[in-house]
Design a protein around this ligand. Structure first.
Ligand code: ASP
Length: 594
């Protein structure tokens, strides 16, 4: 096809270009018509330029201009001219100029749009995803896709500068238990055999360390066949990274440097040189979760010392049964009333995590207290208020549970809700490290221990001799990077010793034979001089979501699935031909209710 190819983009023209003849290619963003005078906002990914078809333009040009509709793809040849002073648009990078059209070619037409191509698209999610190619034209998506590109580019530049190699690992691998469920790919050549898609390149990056590629990274696609839960996608992208001859602080330090560099370059945002390191148990006790939002305070306190002296029998009983009592202060906030209804909503938030109810006291002048729990603290008013650091107008909220985790989580739910509802959250990015996680978690359903992160993580040295005695006590050389309440990276120092690796497998209920069958290749590699190594993997989608202040990773991915793991655009997953199934030696057994 012959057409006038652009000489400039729609974001390029400035006052200095006045007098030049240019060609623009782009989409009709808006088309305003004042009789024979047309104003066309022409858009491409670089910006918007105003094109004018004057009322004295040729008849042919007028005719073409009259045919234009939104999102037509056109080529405009014209003369750059200065806008009249009263028409200058300071909000537009090209706002000082306009292009007086001499020729317009319609390159393709556009049907009636399912939604407007605006800064943000307010259409429902499925419509956005069905027409994702149009949704991606909106200003918000364009910005986020660009941010994602710049983010990844900055990561690559930084790591390559630090002598990391970017190495691809396979996407068709053997199925190995790594925490989630594998996606399987049936083999055509070998009937009854399957490849799996990697949940992460974990084992390959460890093998690369054995091979001597001591600084590795990859922008890696990971696949986990999990039920739609919250904001998950079946496939996601992570910066996968591994280093040899390192200890925990080397990995954390590298990540601090990397994120410092990337945030400065991409967001012009200065991060601290070091991120706070918080012990897992401290994080749970103080923030009620292992991914705390540090943009606000409202720290949780252990209320046991005060409750023990009180007449709060129900809570004293929980303490006597070795349970836990925690409290949070809702600070007096201008324009915010702690009404009964609001306090009930807090209670509901905590109940989801196990608290049976949320007793409270309202603090008045001179440490006077009122509210549902006030009577139990008669004579202890001052001690309670001082202990909690609560002042006039504040409300002290309490939760209790026999389970430490549930007590923490209930208090954490209160803290999170208060942070949002009271507007306590400061702008910006608050990074921290959560370190020293327990290595194992007990799987109640299956009745055995399993790895809290994955089975390749190193127990801390002081536990190694006695791992089997009390797996619940063992802390691992594990770390998570957290920002604004999101876990955005997990990693660990790895095991590189065959015997230790086998012991971990055994604790996680893998017999030696089973471990050999499933992980034999790793155990084999560890017989050939493996170096000490460790790594981490920050989620790219999630980071871009956070950087662009969105609340769903779908906003950071060009073509995501919807919340039901379906793509409304290409209708995937879909049926396949009987012939394809036959070639793969597969027969479908439909569930009863289909
Ligand atoms: N492979 C791990 C994951 O995807 C991250 C790591 O330990 O490096 O969660």
């Amino acid at each position: 096809m012959n057409f006038s190819k652009r000489t400039v983009t729609c974001g390029a023209l400035r006052a200095a270009d006045v007098g030049k003849t240019v060609i623009l290619n782009g989409w009709v963003h808006r088309d305003r018509n004042h009789g024979a005078l047309h104003f066309i906002n022409l858009r491409d990914r670089y910006g918007i330029t105003q094109v004018v078809v004057d009322d004295n333009a040729s008849e042919e040009l007028q005719k073409t201009a009259a045919q234009l509709k939104m999102e037509y793809c056109i080529a405009v040849t014209g003369l750059v001219r200065k806008r009249p002073d009263n028409m200058i648009n300071k909000d537009m990078a090209t706002g000082e100029v306009e292009v007086e059209a001499q020729k317009i070619e319609i390159l393709s037409k556009c049907e009636t749009l399912p939604f407007m191509i605006d800064e943000e698209n307010s259409a429902n999610e499925d419509l956005r995803l069905k027409y994702r190619f149009l949704d991606l034209r909106t200003g918000g998506m364009q910005k986020r896709i660009r941010l994602r590109h710049e983010f990844i580019k900055a990561i690559r530049d930084f790591l390559c500068d630090r002598e990391f190699y970017e190495i691809e690992t396979p996407t068709l691998i053997r199925s190995t238990p790594e925490g989630a469920r594998d996606f399987l790919v049936p083999s055509r050549k070998y009937a009854g055999k399957f490849y799996a898609l990697p949940q992460s390149p974990q084992l390959y990056k460890q093998l690369l360390m054995v091979s001597g590629f001591d600084k590795y990274f990859q922008i890696a696609r990971c696949y986990r066949d999990e039920d739609a839960r919250g904001d998950r996608q079946l496939e996601f992208t992570q910066l996968d990274l591994e280093m040899s001859f390192v200890q925990r602080d080397d990995v954390l330090g590298l990540m601090e440097d990397l994120f410092g560099y990337v945030f400065k370059r991409v967001m012009n945002y200065e991060l601290p040189a070091h991120f706070r390191r918080i012990d897992y148990f401290d994080a749970m006790n103080t923030y009620g979760c292992d991914k705390p939002d540090l943009r606000f305070g409202c720290e949780i306190k252990d209320l046991a010392p005060v409750v023990e002296k009180s007449s709060f029998e129900a809570y004293r009983q929980i303490l006597a049964d070795k349970g836990f009592v925690k409290a949070v202060v809702a600070p007096a906030t201008k324009g915010f009333d702690f009404t009964r209804k609001y306090l009930d909503s807090l209670s509901e938030a905590a109940k989801v995590y196990g608290a049976a109810f949320v007793p409270f006291v309202k603090v008045g002048e001179n440490n006077t207290i009122s509210g549902s729990a006030a009577k139990y603290f008669a004579g202890l008013e001052e001690e309670l208020c001082t202990y909690m650091g609560a002042k006039n107008g504040d409300v002290i909220l309490m939760v209790a549970h026999n389970s430490w985790k549930k007590c923490c989580a209930s208090a954490g739910a209160l803290r999170s809700k208060l942070g949002k509802d009271l507007g306590l959250i400061q702008p910006g990015f608050a990074f921290c490290w959560i370190v020293d996680f327990p290595l194992f978690e007990y799987n109640e359903d299956e009745g055995h221990w399993e790895a809290a992160h994955h089975m390749f993580s190193m127990p801390q040295a002081r536990y190694i001799d006695t791992l089997e005695q009390n797996p619940g006590e063992v802390r691992g050389d594990l770390y998570d990077m957290v920002v604004n309440g999101y876990e955005c990276a997990s990693g660990s120092i790895r095991i590189h010793d065959v015997e230790l690796q086998k012991r971990i497998f055994r604790i996680c209920n893998f017999s030696d034979e089973e471990a050999e069958k499933k992980f034999g290749f790793l155990l084999n590699a560890f017989k050939f001089g493996p170096p000490p190594h460790g790594g981490i993997a920050p989620g790219i989608d999630r980071m871009v979501m956070i950087m662009s202040e969105q609340s769903s990773i779908k906003e950071a991915i060009a073509f995501p699935k919807n919340s039901f793991a379906v793509s409304p655009m290409d209708d995937c997953p879909n049926d396949v031909d009987a012939k394809q199934l036959e070639e793969l030696h597969l027969a479908i057994k439909y569930p009863e209710n289909k």
